[in-house]
Design a protein around this ligand. Structure first.
Ligand code: NAG
Ligand code: NAG
Ligand code: NAG
Ligand code: NAG
Ligand code: NAG
Ligand code: NAG
Length: 474
């Protein structure tokens, strides 16, 4: 038995300010969705207090029909949608496929829907990237919209600036960006992972971009991205395989959002981006309308359930305002010690970028109603314990013992010599690695979240392979 001292205590007994919470939704993963599947996703998001999805077409024709369904269902469910155009979409045929006519038509179509997300009377329009189009493109979009009688508040995610801001003076980068982009009203910080550094992501970039927005006299929303993880391996070498240091990213970012940044909107990045391992949605079904042709990314997605991260999100979104009613521990771990040789994946031709960063450990986030002992067993590291109390979540970890193999982590919640809850990892930690895999499994000791919706089954056309979202140029 080993007693762990407190590793990170995240207390929230004080008052919290309310912010709207969105989750980024990849419409490109909805090829076979009907309204039934949209409803299941929306109900599951509402069950943890999410107000809306940031979703938008990536310029493929069929996306437009899915968005029609999304607005219909969202309106009926009392849910919001924020257009988030994926402006990184670049088909082989042209570099800049977006035009303001098309975007304006999409925005106008649902500007008066009850599902449209309104900020200060304006329809909020966001993006992923788009800086390549320049300020004049955004200015033109606003003018076209005004002529159509719809005022918009532009809050794009100009990712190159927030990426640069991690390595330079974020205040200077932010001021420069707002000076150059005179037509944008708000901002979304998508760069919500440390960029190729072995450091915990701070709130510095958010604080400076939020301040620069106000200093520039803009009145749109500041949207802070909060993400649980970042890993992908397309099995084609260094440029498409990376892991970013995410061991304690999710609780840290929520902590920063609530205590330090207090943004207008929190955007969880993402709901359903499987290829980059930052999903909190249930896994895609194997068949039917929510199944996906994940290609090689399926090697590190299937079996890597993240849904218990929704328990954490639910706490930060709403429970800290209303009190804790259940005893729960959410725990996450990678299923192989780093650098074990893998049968396939990038390891055959190179190494996942930043592979040394993640800690070989099982991380546990405990949230309990009364003083409790949390006990963890990870292979031969048996019954390591730490204390948790009623005043908010406590984070701890147990390292993988040397040579760990075929070990299912077990986490229990104990009080007054009774075991109240047990959680057993769903995938064993092994030395044998079938595919380069830095995507964690997320487990739960305690009751699951309600309406953990079964998101579709049955027969239908397979979904399509999604494309990568987070790109970095060298
Ligand atoms: C604008 O974009 C839409 C959607 O991609 C496309 O169908 C249309 O042809 C484009 N129009 C122009 C003028 O480029
Ligand atoms: C759009 O903004 C202008 C200028 O602030 C205002 O006069 C107009 O009423 C607004 N239109 C709508 C539809 O809100
Ligand atoms: C802003 O515009 C100036 C002049 O065109 C350019 O030198 C600078 O790099 C731009 N800065 C940003 C942050 O775009
Ligand atoms: C990240 O934060 C955790 C919790 O405070 C700490 O234990 C860990 O050492 C930090 N990681 C780095 C790379 O500084
Ligand atoms: C955990 O689950 C695995 C796989 O289902 C099983 O083999 C193992 O016995 C379980 N361990 C406990 C302590 O329940
Ligand atoms: C699939 O969903 C239908 C209802 O949509 C339900 O009747 C059926 O039991 C489900 N099948 C499985 C295997 O869950």
């Amino acid at each position: 038995m080993a007693y762990l001292s407190s590793f990170l205590v995240l207390l929230f007994c004080g008052a919290a300010t309310a912010a709207d919470v969105f989750a980024h939704f990849m419409v490109s993963n909805t090829y076979s969705y009907s309204r039934t599947e949209w409803k299941a996703d929306i109900v599951a998001a509402q069950a943890i207090g999410i107000d809306g999805f940031g979703a938008g077409p990536d310029n493929q024709d069929w996306n437009v029909q899915r968005i029609d369904d999304a607005y219909t269902v969202a309106a009926a469910q009392g849910f919001k949608l924020m257009y988030s155009f994926d402006m990184s979409y670049t088909p082989a045929s042209c570099t800049y496929p977006w035009n303001t006519t098309f975007m304006a038509t999409m925005i106008s179509k649902y500007a008066s829907s009850p599902a449209a997300y309104i900020w200060n009377g304006d329809v909020v329009v966001s993006s992923y990237a788009g800086e390549g189009y320049g300020n004049s493109f955004f200015a033109d979009l606003k003018n076209v919209m005004t002529k159509q009688g719809v005022n918009i508040s532009l809050a794009p995610a100009l990712t190159s600036y927030t990426g640069t801001a991690q390595n330079q003076d974020p205040n200077a980068v932010a001021s420069d960006m707002f000076r150059n982009y005179t037509s944008i009203d708000g901002f979304l910080n998508w760069q919500t992972w440390p960029l190729d550094t072995y450091t915990n992501l701070t709130a510095d970039v958010d604080v400076d971009f939020q301040a620069a927005l106000g200093n520039a006299g803009r009145t749109g929303p500041y949207i802070m991205g909060v993400s649980p993880w970042q890993f992908k391996d397309f099995n084609d070498g260094y440029y498409n395989s990376w892991v970013e240091y995410s061991d304690v990213l999710f609780p840290n970012r929520w902590d920063q959002a609530i205590k330090t940044v207090q943004p207008d909107i929190v955007e969880i990045i993402t709901w359903n981006d499987f290829g980059e391992s930052h999903y909190i949605r249930d896994l895609p079904a194997l068949t039917g309308p929510t199944s996906l042709q994940l290609g090689v990314t399926g090697n590190y997605v299937y079996g890597q359930d993240h849904s218990a991260w929704r328990v954490m999100a639910q706490y930060y979104i709403s429970w800290y305002k209303t009190g804790v009613t259940e005893d729960r521990v959410v725990f996450w771990y990678r299923i192989h010690p780093k650098r074990v040789p893998c049968a396939s994946g990038t390891n055959n031709i190179g190494v996942v970028r930043n592979a040394a960063y993640p800690t070989d450990a099982v991380f546990a986030w405990a949230l309990v109603t009364k003083d409790s002992t949390i006990s963890m067993t990870v292979g031969s590291n048996r019954d390591w314990t730490f204390q948790a109390g009623a005043c908010g979540p406590v984070l701890n970890m147990v390292p993988f013992p040397a040579g760990i193999d075929n070990a299912y982590p077990v986490v229990t919640i104990e009080r007054n010599d009774k075991t109240l809850q047990t959680g057993n990892g769903s995938v064993a930690i092994t030395q044998a690695c079938s595919y380069e895999d830095y995507n964690p499994v997320v487990g739960l000791a305690g009751p699951p979240i309600q309406a953990s919706a079964r998101m579709g089954n049955g027969s239908g056309e397979k979904g399509r392979l999604q494309k990568p979202k987070y790109q970095k140029n060298f």
